[in-house]
Design a protein around this ligand. Structure first.
Ligand code: NDP
Length: 291
């Protein structure tokens, strides 16, 4: 079993980006600038946003954190988004989800300029992804592609089961794994909470991508010998033995599944850091596209 090390791979990518930023500076070109919008005080969201800002520092990007109160109205947030769209200093930005219930996430996603949509959530980018045209790929699926690519995992002709069909992970992942591309050309089965024979489908899969948000859902008896398993899930579970009071669990029961796998991602240290590396790559792409 080989561990797909997201920490190391994302560090490699960040180093490559840092070099490209230095080259840009030497040529007098603009330093990429990523902004992150966060609404309210959700602990997990704050952790994710801080990690993204830290990654910007590491690669030499400029960054701005736009922290807005939980009580902000939808119109006020849309106004802020219009400002970011029109600000020439900002090359790309993300709006950290989830948003408070009184704000319509779809309206917000649609308001983000597709040219600055480095999360790749705008329908224009998703549509271009389906057509295999240049676009911002959603950061988590793009990070998974990078990981599979950099470990030279053969995907062509393999059967791939994606568990979970969210707009940000499962659905785009299923499209990308089926694309005619270097990492792709799989025969994909997209599964969800209404899927009846999930265990049997997983048992036959060469590659399983678990993105359902149910801790330790995928157990050893659901995985065939030699499978590649990518664990996207991150759930905070109370753990009084930890200083933070919680631990992070993935969607895969690692101790049972890992011994059967050819490759597997850990949680933490697998897909999470790759998501951030993809966001940095998308931001670099944003500034290059504008030029
Ligand atoms: P969502 O809650 O939006 O979607 C979950 C999906 O899983 C839904 O499609 C749902 O089906 C499906 N599902 C739920 N229960 C089952 C089940 N018993 N069997 C099969 N499918 C099921 O989650 P996200 O996609 O946003 O996130 C998934 C996980 O990934 C979370 O733990 C999240 O924290 C993590 N995540 C990690 C990231 C990273 O960088 N590592 C980035 C983004 C997310 P249905 O549609 O029928 O309801």
């Amino acid at each position: 079993m080989i561990l797909l090390d997201g920490n190391k791979t994302s560090d490699d990518i960040k180093l490559e980006i840092a070099q490209r930023v230095e080259e840009r500076k030497a040529k007098g070109k603009k330093v990429p600038h990523l902004a992150a919008v966060i609404v309210g005080n959700n602990g997990a969201s704050l952790t994710y946003v801080n990690a993204k800002v830290k990654a910007c520092e590491k690669v030499g990007f400029e960054s701005s954190l736009v922290a807005l109160p939980e009580t902000i109205t939808e119109n006020e947030l849309l106004q802020k988004i219009a400002e970011l769209n029109n600000d020439p200093k900002i090359d790309g930005y993300i709006v950290q989800l989830p948003l408070p219930k009184h704000i319509d996430e779809h309206k917000v996603t649609l308001a983000v300029s597709p040219a600055k949509d480095v999360d790749g959530f705008h329908p224009e980018n998703l549509g271009r992804m389906v057509l295999n045209l240049p676009c911002f790929l959603p950061a988590t699926p793009a990070g998974i592609l990078q990981l599979l690519d950099r470990y030279n995992i053969e995907t062509s002709g393999k059967s791939c089961v994606v568990v979970g069909r969210s707009h940000i992970v499962g659905s785009p992942m299923s499209i990308l794994m089926a694309r005619n591309s270097k990492v792709g050309n799989c025969t994909v089965t997209l599964t969800h909470s209404k899927t009846k024979n999930l265990k049997e489908l997983c048992q036959q899969a060469d590659i399983i991508i678990a993105a359902l948000g149910k801790p330790e859902f995928l157990t050893g008896d659901m995985v065939k010998q030699g499978a590649v398993v990518v664990d996207v899930g991150i759930t905070r579970v109370d753990d009084p033995t930890k200083k933070s009071g919680f631990k992070l669990l993935g969607d895969v029961k690692f101790d049972e599944v890992a011994p059967k796998c050819s490759y597997i991602t850990p949680v933490p240290g697998g897909v999470g850091p790759m998501t951030i590396a993809s966001l940095m790559l998308n931001t670099l792409q944003a500034v290059e596209m504008r030029e």
